[in-house]
Design a protein around this ligand. Structure first.
Ligand code: UDP
Length: 245
């Protein structure tokens, strides 16, 4: 696997390490309702990053003493499989996975009508099957679709992507090499209908003007992703079979 530091991340024609232009997303694949045992599920692929999300609930909170009288609790577990990365990954939850589970949960809580299900729990599982940058944003994108697939009432979906700076230039949807060797990485998640940001993190440094441009670039990517999410949901719920009368 060629994940060593390349001489340059953008070539003389302005093309990135994988041939993309700076404002281009990776090839995206989205499928909703891919698993049988959970109430809702989705599979989302951004280039080499492959993620499943599955949702159970609303169901009785367990253990019962955790139940809240006025709303459902939303549990979220973000996890990378041992074979999703090249290096040896600890079997249990790492600190990074615990932190990502928390920020993803907080983002999902902003769009989910938890107050409709007092004493219940909604459990979201995100499994990264293969990691090549942007697993938290891909995970969030998948999790919101799995919630919708489970029929959980939501104000909006969440669409997410990272932007960053590589070789001094702002780029959309970083792959692992760009994330690792670039100057900055900024994951952004939005509820696009409300134009509201539900997650924003920044690793590295951006000037205020780069930050503004980066955010606009993320918004452009997010509106493309949002369209693909809506198409995938429509495909899931439209039936090619004629109605039986
Ligand atoms: N990564 C890895 N091993 C790890 C964590 C991350 O190889 O234990 C890689 C993986 O490709 C991931 C990338 O580093 O997508 C960037 O990780 P980061 O923590 O920035 O989160 P992400 O961009 O995946 O949301």
């Amino acid at each position: 696997m060629g994940n060593s530091k390349p001489e340059r991340l953008i070539d003389e024609n302005g093309r990135r390490i994988d041939g993309r232009r700076p404002d281009e997303l990776r090839p995206i694949k989205i499928e909703v309702g891919v698993l049988d045992k959970s109430d809702g599920s989705a599979y989302v692929e951004f280039g080499g990053t492959k993620v499943f999300a599955a949702v159970f609930g609303p169901r009785e909170a367990h253990p019962k003493h955790l139940a809240l009288p006025d709303r459902a609790i939303l549990n979220c577990r973000y996890h990378m499989t041992s074979f999703s990365v090249e290096e040896r990954k600890p079997l249990g939850m790492t600190r990074r996975e615990v932190e990502l589970s928390k920020v993803i949960r907080e983002a999902l809580e902003t769009v989910t009508f938890l107050e409709e299900f007092p004493r219940a729990s909604i459990d979201v599982y995100i499994e990264v099957i293969q990691a090549d940058g942007g697993t938290r944003t891909t995970g969030l994108t998948a999790a919101s679709l799995a919630l919708a697939d489970a029929g959980i009432p939501m104000a909006d979906l969440i669409a997410a992507v990272a932007v960053g700076k590589v070789d001094g230039q702002l780029v959309l949807d970083l792959c692992d090499v760009e994330d690792k060797y670039g100057e900055a990485d900024m994951p952004v998640a939005m509820a696009p209908r409300f134009n509201s940001i539900v997650l924003l993190q920044l690793n590295g440094r951006l000037t205020p003007s780069e930050f503004k441009k980066g955010l606009a670039l993320a918004q452009k990517g997010i509106s493309e992703i949002y369209k693909l999410q809506q198409e995938a949901l429509k495909k899931r719920f439209s039936t090619s079979k004629p109605l039986e009368v």
